[in-house]
Ligand binder design. Structure first.
Ligand SMILES: *Cc1c(COP(=O)(O)O)cnc(C)c1O
Length: 437
């Protein structure tokens, strides 16, 4: 070996050592998903000889279990048989395959927008969508919510445009900044409809009203809402009746729709411009036909079926209720996300390990930089495929882990299932931070 290589390697080793010291080195569990028996999966403990173990998944972003849905799996298999494995190249080289044309038509219909464009992931759609739209506008000023996802931040960065960060979900602050920028300047407001770590929902109607008042374009990431909210699964903006007043809707096909890929839906001019200018679209091979076909099947199914959405919300409510009744520090929100505060990276990891090893429950620890330091948490995502028995097991396991690790309980409150509006029944975020200290 070239002796010089050692000095290079030391830099990588010390970079990894830093993460380990900060207790945020990530280890991935080897989990084999079971399409039929989801949320049950097989876990293969690393470096252990014995047979894989059955575990229950409680943190999947396949929020509705669509990844294993019959219609979705059949659509993929049918497309695979007919069209083979890959797409054969970028759309510039290989043309556009029919399943992706059909998928884009399905998505533009889902959001009531005249056009849609599919990318290889939601991350790429944000990078491409935000950077291309804003860089094609003269001297565009971007207003970005303080808690926007990494893919949106990268999109803003890549645009090279001036940006201003508005305090999370604070429309008063947004208005101040918009007013100061003046009506003449090109402006793009970028935000998420549902923030996935706290599970809080943006005041979309107020943001849209401000955009209209100050003549700004709006770009919303509906990644954690598509499939799950709105009468046809179009997301929070659809539920709030403001979809037609949003300029660009971005979504993923990988979470509620259970497949892979991302997209934007917007006016024909915006979609055509992004298609024509975004290198993240132009220079990469498009999704294979089978992925486009199964994503389309999921979108189509959820447009017409509200059953999964209703049961999803029901299971999320039931889980929150049961955990709170057991005195576990569940953060308050009005969505399907159930964050349970730990407030310390090492203990969050320990809690997750103990859940898996002792209770066969998989909940990945959420640590910095995904969330702020001292707000490390377990992020629980009930699906329509979980049942009451799963919830009972989860409560028992978490109570045992909390007791074993000496994590603080909050005062147990029994909340009547149908009155989740009662404010005194909820733990608020700062209270929980204190409780965890
Ligand atoms: C997961 C996520 C993305 C990226 O979507 P992928 O399809 O997984 O690449 C974009 N935005 C938000 C808010 C996300 O949580």
């Amino acid at each position: 070996m070239n002796p010089m290589a050692l000095t290079y390697d030391q830099h990588f080793q010390s970079a990894i050592a830093r993460l380990k010291m900060e207790k945020r080195y990530r280890v991935f569990a080897n989990l084999e998903r079971d399409a039929v028996r989801f949320p049950t999966a097989l876990w293969r403990p690393e470096g252990e000889e014995h047979a894989p173990r059955e575990v229950t998944i409680w943190c999947s972003n396949d929020y509705l279990g669509m990844g294993g849905h019959r219609a979705v799996v059949d659509a993929a298999r049918d497309a695979l048989d007919r069209h083979g494995a890959g797409a054969g190249g970028t759309r510039n080289i290989s043309g556009t395959h029919n399943p992706i044309v059909e998928l884009e038509a399905e998505l533009s219909d889902l959001h009531g927008k005249p056009a849609a464009l599919v990318f290889t992931s939601g991350w790429i759609s944000n990078l491409a969508g935000i950077s291309t739209v804003s860089s094609l506008l003269p001297n565009c000023l971007i207003f970005s919510d303080a808690l926007n996802h990494n893919s949106m931040i990268e999109g803003v960065r890549r645009s090279g445009c001036e940006k201003q960060i508005w305090r999370h979900n604070d429309v008063g602050h947004l208005e101040e900044l918009l007013k100061a920028a003046g009506n003449e300047r090109a402006k793009l407001i970028v935000f998420e409809s549902l923030y996935s770590m706290d599970g809080d929902i943006a005041p979309v109607a107020e943001i849209v009203a401000l955009a209209e008042k100050y003549n700004a374009l709006t770009y919303v990431d509906e990644v954690h809402a598509v499939g799950m909210y709105g009468a046809r699964g179009g997301g929070i903006c659809q539920r709030e009746g403001v979809e037609d007043r949003i300029d660009i809707i971005e979504g993923t096909l990988a979470k509620g729709f259970g497949a892979l890929g991302g997209y934007i839906a917007a006016s024909p001019a915006i979609v055509d411009a992004v298609r024509s200018y975004a290198p993240q679209f132009i220079f990469t091979t498009t999704l294979p036909p089978m992925v486009a076909a199964c994503a389309r099947a999921a979108v189509r199914h959820l447009k017409h079926s509200g059953e999964e959405r209703a049961r999803h919300q029901h299971m999320a409510m039931l889980t929150k209720h049961a955990l709170r009744a057991a005195g576990l520090p569940v953060m308050d929100n009005k969505s399907h996300i159930v964050p349970v505060m730990v407030g310390d990276a090492a203990r969050c990891k320990e809690a997750s390990d103990l859940l898996l090893r002792r209770h066969s429950i998989y909940i990945q620890p959420i640590n910095y930089p995904t969330v702020a330091l001292s707000t490390e948490r377990l992020r629980i995502t009930p699906t329509p495929r979980h049942n009451e028995a799963h919830v009972a097991e989860l409560v028992e396991a978490l109570v045992d882990v909390w007791s074993s690790l000496g994590l603080p309980f909050v005062e147990a409150k029994v909340i009547p299932m149908r009155s989740r509006a009662a404010p005194e029944a909820h733990c608020t975020y700062p209270e929980m931070k204190r409780a965890a200290e």
